[in-house]
Design a protein around this ligand. Structure first.
Ligand code: EPZ
Length: 418
């Protein structure tokens, strides 16, 4: 088992490149199921979740070939249209194969993904809209069993701007008969990237990135040639690593506009931020102010940066109220930060962070989920002494060589097998 060991106190300085976005790459790879043939994707990050996706695609009779950050997916007609529990349980996003399989082959049997540390993660906002497109769906023995001779376009209003639900239905609607209008959809950059890829495959989609997406169904699509957008959450995590250590860090190969919510909050704290066409730079700040943060669907403050931003607030001057509005249990990192000496009072959906109650002290801590892992690493960068983060298989699901990138900025950080 691996752990990450950090000896805190080093100021990070320099330039580091963001990788491709995990949360864009996953739906893009499942979109390949909409068209048989050879799909080529660039800027695909080297992550555990991508490996799990390849496993599922292989199970569905696709061949995958990886060459660095390039991934070739050859889609053949699946022998069985089943996404089994032993793969789906490794990665909840596997549910994103449901819409494409149903639209392309008229049936699919996909294991329910189950919950995770941050919440129950229901999929009702995937299932109900598919029923509105004409699918007959039963839940039996832990599986979603869906059948649809031919999906038919409809006007669907989501109860909540669900990212995965928007993606699943958008993919399914590309092969519907007629027009589908989706309202109250997610507007994340990853949705826009998926729509861009689907259009390159021949889909007719308008409105991605706005509240309403309109899709004219087509008879068939062709294989994708697509480059994954940069990972805004990784880029934000790297910027916060510079900020929390009082350093000067430039993150390249990213999209500044996708980071507006974080950039605005860092500026409110008193950090000077510079941006260019494909880079963002955070400059040193001696004593940053506490600010309140509430997570929200894009373009609001991303829930995937909440834990990392909380680490920064433990060192801020004042009190910060952090409200988690997306997931019901995304404060698992709080207790670990408290063990490092942070002064945080967690309540349902809200955490009150009293900054500058003395620095953090290094400690053995346990990662509980992907972004909590990153939070604890950021805290370790600024803590006095040694921090050992265990269960970093969570980290490896969504960050490509994070410890290598931080070490290149001057951090005393390494991965050890124990
Ligand atoms: C995506 O998850 C991301 N994952 C998450 O990133 C991200 O935190 C989340 O969007 C919000 O931005 C991927 O893209 C692979 P949702 P998703 O559907 O699609 C409720 C990370 O760290 N909901 O927008 O599962 C749900 O319970 C991960 O990279 C329903 O009630 O998120 C949650 O409270 C974590 N019914 C809220 O909506 C549904 O059918 C947001 O979920 C679906 C969701």
């Amino acid at each position: 088992m691996d752990v990450i060991v950090i000896n805190g106190g080093k100021v990070l300085n320099g330039s580091v490149a963001a990788s491709g976005a995990k949360n864009a790459a996953l739906p893009l790879l499942f979109a390949a199921l909409l068209a048989e043939g050879e799909h080529r994707f660039d800027n695909v990050p080297l992550l555990k979740d991508i490996e799990t996706t390849e496993l599922l695609l292989n199970h569905l009779n696709c061949e995958t070939q990886r060459a660095g950050n390039r991934l070739k997916v050859t889609v053949n007609e699946p022998e069985e249209l089943v996404a089994p529990y032993d793969i789906v349980r490794k990665m909840r996003a596997s549910i994103l194969c449901l819409g494409p399989l149903l639209a392309r082959y008229g049936k699919a049997k996909v294991s329910l993904p189950g919950g995770c540390a941050i919440g129950s993660r229901p999929i009702n906002l995937h299932i109900e809209p598919l029923r509105q497109l004409g699918a007959h769906i039963e839940i039996e023995n832990g599986y979603v069993i869906a059948v649809a001779k031919k999906l038919v376009g409809n006007h669907i209003v989501f109860d909540f701007a669900t990212v995965g639900g928007t993606e699943n239905i958008m993919m399914a609607a590309t092969l519907c008969r007629g027009t589908t209008v989706l309202e109250n959809v997610a507007r994340e950059p990853e949705i826009v990237d998926l729509a861009r890829c689907l259009r390159s495959m021949g889909a007719q989609i308008e409105g991605a990135g706005t509240h309403v997406i309109t899709i004219e169904g087509v008879d068939e699509l062709k294989p994708a040639r697509h480059s994954v957008i940069p990972d805004r959450i990784e880029a934000g995590t790297l910027l916060l690593a510079g900020a929390i250590t009082g350093g000067d860090v430039k993150v390249t190969h990213c999209v500044p506009a996708d980071l507006d919510a974080l950039i605005n909050k860092l500026a409110d704290c008193g950090f000077a931020i510079e941006t260019g066409q494909d880079w963002v730079r955070v400059k040193p700040c001696d004593r940053w102010r506490s600010v309140d943060v509430g997570t929200a669907p894009h373009p609001g403050f991303p829930t995937d940066l909440q834990a990392q931003f909380m680490a920064l607030m433990t060192q801020a001057n004042g009190t910060s109220v952090i409200t988690e509005r997306i997931f019901e249990n995304r404060f698992m990192h709080v207790q670990e930060l408290v063990r490092m000496g942070a002064d945080i009072t967690p309540k349902p959906q809200v955490a009150v962070v009293c900054g500058n109650q003395g620095g953090l002290s290094g400690a053995p801590v346990m990662a509980t989920d992907l972004r909590a892992s990153a939070c604890l690493i950021l805290a370790g960068l600024v803590a006095e002494g040694e921090t050992v983060v265990s269960r970093i298989y969570h980290l490896d699901r969504g960050y490509e060589n994070l410890e290598v990138k931080l070490a290149s900025l001057g951090a005393r950080i390494e991965r050890r097998s124990v």
